[in-house]
Design a protein around this ligand. Structure first.
Ligand code: PBG
Length: 326
């Protein structure tokens, strides 16, 4: 055989659907998908979110239906976000035992709690009138340690409502440790923590701000990570694991697949990734224009996030994608 003959022929393994299926290294399964869902206080009909076509602000009733549909499709979990009627400086509704998020947790746990892992956003930005993820100091900066006190209270009302995993997303230093201690000290040893470990200050969260009615002016650059950096993600990982995180997360997903790979290689606990609102909306917008094949892109992006090392993926397409891969 002469040297120039193409004796290496990778195309053999690509020649038929059956062959490609046989050698696929990455498979999507509904059980690893997590559906983020919004529930809004004081509405009687679900409201569309203009910047996220196909995603709704739910009523308590339609949220239960969405959770049941997710179960039906085989989805693994649901992440709840509350949109309160009243926002104030300290985010009082976030720690009101009867606040909208706590009610939603109770509703969903009662409806599908045996079949779906129920999670809740543990952060103040949905509840504060200034839109920051914490409480503010006199000078207007976000006060890390005062915020930790609020997170402890939030963790307790969410745990009391029956949530399985709290999802601290505020990027305050020490948040996992104080939440773990507060939960344990109050009898909630079984309530777990899905830590937003490497969370970047990203423009990809744009549509989410409409989804939760956030009034944020400015940005979150003093607490969320700089997109320029990867190294500090590993430091955050080390810290969150030491403080008791049960799972860790990288967010956003698509623009941070390198960070995801590094975290996946280093983490002793399961690693999730969040395909965020802007990632969703870009694809929906391009598809609405007929520029891309929507279903193929949904599956391609999810597959890429899996391939980069995510064991679990939060995606607004969770229920639909679960049906597609079933
Ligand atoms: C904070 C939080 C945000 C998202 C999830 N949790 C917003 C932010 O940090 O600015 C964004 C999710 C998305 O864009 O889909 N509570």
């Amino acid at each position: 055989m002469s040297a120039e003959f193409p004796y290496v022929r990778p195309r053999r393994l690509r020649q038929s659907p059956a062959m490609r299926r046989l050698v696929a290294e990455t498979r999507l399964h509904p059980a690893e998908l997590i559906l983020p869902a919004f529930v809004r206080e004081g509405i009687t009909e679900p409201r569309p979110i203009g910047s996220m076509p196909g995603v709704l602000q739910h009523t308590r009733e339609t949220l239960k239906k969405a959770a049941a549909e997710a179960v039906e499709a085989g989805v693994g979990g649901i992440m709840l976000f509350g949109v309160p009627l009243v926002q104030d400086a300290t985010g009082s509704e976030g720690t009101n035992p009867d606040g909208i998020l706590q009610q939603a947790i109770r509703d969903v746990v009662a409806e599908v709690g045996d079949d779906l892992v129920v999670m809740s956003d543990l952060c103040l930005d949905e509840f504060t009138d200034h839109g920051h993820c914490g409480v503010l100091a006199e000078d207007g900066s976000v006060d890390n340690d005062a915020t930790l006190k609020r997170y402890e209270e939030m963790a307790l009302v969410q745990a009391e409502a029956g949530v399985h995993l709290v999802g601290p997303s505020g990027m305050m230093d020490g948040q996992i440790g104080v939440i773990r201690r507060a939960l344990d000290a109050n009898g909630y040893q079984s309530t777990g923590i899905l830590a937003y470990t490497a969370k970047y200050a990203s423009a990809f969260y744009g549509p989410f701000r409409e989804a939760v009615g956030s009034s944020l002016k400015g940005d979150r650059k003093t607490y969320q990570q700089d997109p320029a950096n990867a190294r500090e993600s590993l430091r955050e990982l080390e810290q969150d694991v030491a403080e008791g995180a049960d799972l860790v997360m990288v967010k956003p997903a698509m623009a941070y697949l390198d960070v995801l790979r590094q975290i996946a290689d280093a983490s002793p606990v399961p690693v999730a990734a969040y395909q965020v609102s802007g990632e969703y909306s870009m694809i929906e917008a391009a598809a609405a224009n007929g520029w891309v094949d929507r279903e193929r892109l949904i599956l391609e992006t999810l597959t890429s996030i899996r391939r980069a090392g995510a064991g679990q993926i939060l995606t607004y397409w969770a229920t639909e994608a679960a049906r597609l891969v079933k």
